[in-house]
Structures are given as C-alpha cells and as structure tokens.
Design a protein around this ligand. Structure first.
Ligand code: FES
Length: 163
C-alpha cells in the first residue's frame, strides 16, 4: 500500500515532469503537480512536497507557500471524504453555526477532525462564492447550497456507505 512516507511512484513522477515540461517555467506546474499528488495520497506529505519541489526545480519552502495558500490543497492527512463548511459572513447569518454543531455531533468530531473510521474530515472554509444559497459547503469538491440538517444527514449517510 502506498503511504505518505513512500517515494512518489515512477509514473506519478513522470506525470509531474510532463506537466512541468509543458510550462514556460517548471514552477508553473506547481498547483497541478500538487493536485496529482493529492489525488493519489489524499494529502501532500512533507516528503512528497520535497520530491515535487525537486522535480520542479523549486525550493521546498516556495512550494509549501503555494500548497498552504490554496485551501483545497491539504498539507495534513484527511479522510476518504472531505466536507468543507463555509464559515464566512453570509453563511453565518443563514445558520452555519447550528449546522456545524449538528454535523460535529453527528460525526463525533470537531472542525478540523476526521472520524475514527477515516471516512470523513470536516474543515471550515472561507466563502466559496455560493452566498446566495447560504449556508453552503463543498463535499469532495462538489458544491452544495441551502444546506439544512436533513440534507446533511443524507449526505453523511451516503458518504459513509461509499468506500
Ligand atoms: S459566505 Fe458562505 S458561500 Fe459565501
């Protein structure tokens, strides 16, 4: 099984080099390369960040600056599914807090945590541009608006059924 400590697979390294080769400067492939790593390992470990930085001819610090700038790139382990609940102003006004409390109770975790079965990670996020349908969230990158407790319960049940 591939772990976050294992070297990047040769095919993945080749894909990253191909992305880098298509750019005017290899660092132009930074986000795409990190997304490839995350797609394979769910998150970007420090050893993998160092490997990607070397492939792109960047310092690890520079690449970490890119990785930590984008909140859809994860620098810590996450579960198989990630719920990102908006915590910006429109969602607050429209009841994001009680919704978050409901979700925390349902999952048995706090924001930033992952369920014991490694199924779901709950993360707060800044505005995701769906304010007219607040409260809003991303579930594995898919946008959901006008979220209520019933919607959440159905989503969580569906996620837990998926492996
Ligand atoms: S404030 Fe939540 S989507 Fe904009």
């Amino acid at each position: 099984m591939l772990t976050a400590d294992a070297p990047l697979p040769a095919a993945l390294r080749a894909d990253i080099l191909a992305l880098a080769g298509a750019e005017l400067h290899p660092r132009g492939a930074a986000v795409s390369a990190l997304r490839l790593v995350q797609a394979r390992f769910r998150w970007i470990s420090t050893p993998h960040l160092h490997e990607v930085a070397a492939l792109l001819g960047m310092s690890a610090d520079d690449l970490d600056g890119v990785a930590t700038y984008f909140n859809l790139l994860f620098r810590k382990p996450v579960g198989r599914h990630v719920i990102m609940l908006c915590d910006s102003v429109s969602c607050w006004i429209m009841g994001r807090e009680p919704l978050c409390a409901h979700l925390c109770r349902t999952l048995g975790i706090q924001p930033g945590g992952t369920t014991a079965d490694d199924a779901i990670t709950l993360l707060p996020t800044v505005c995701i541009g769906h304010c007219d349908h607040a409260p809003a969230m991303l579930v594995d990158g898919a946008l959901h608006g006008d979220v209520d407790a019933t919607t959440l319960d159905h989503l969580v049940a569906a996620l837990k059924e998926q492996r």
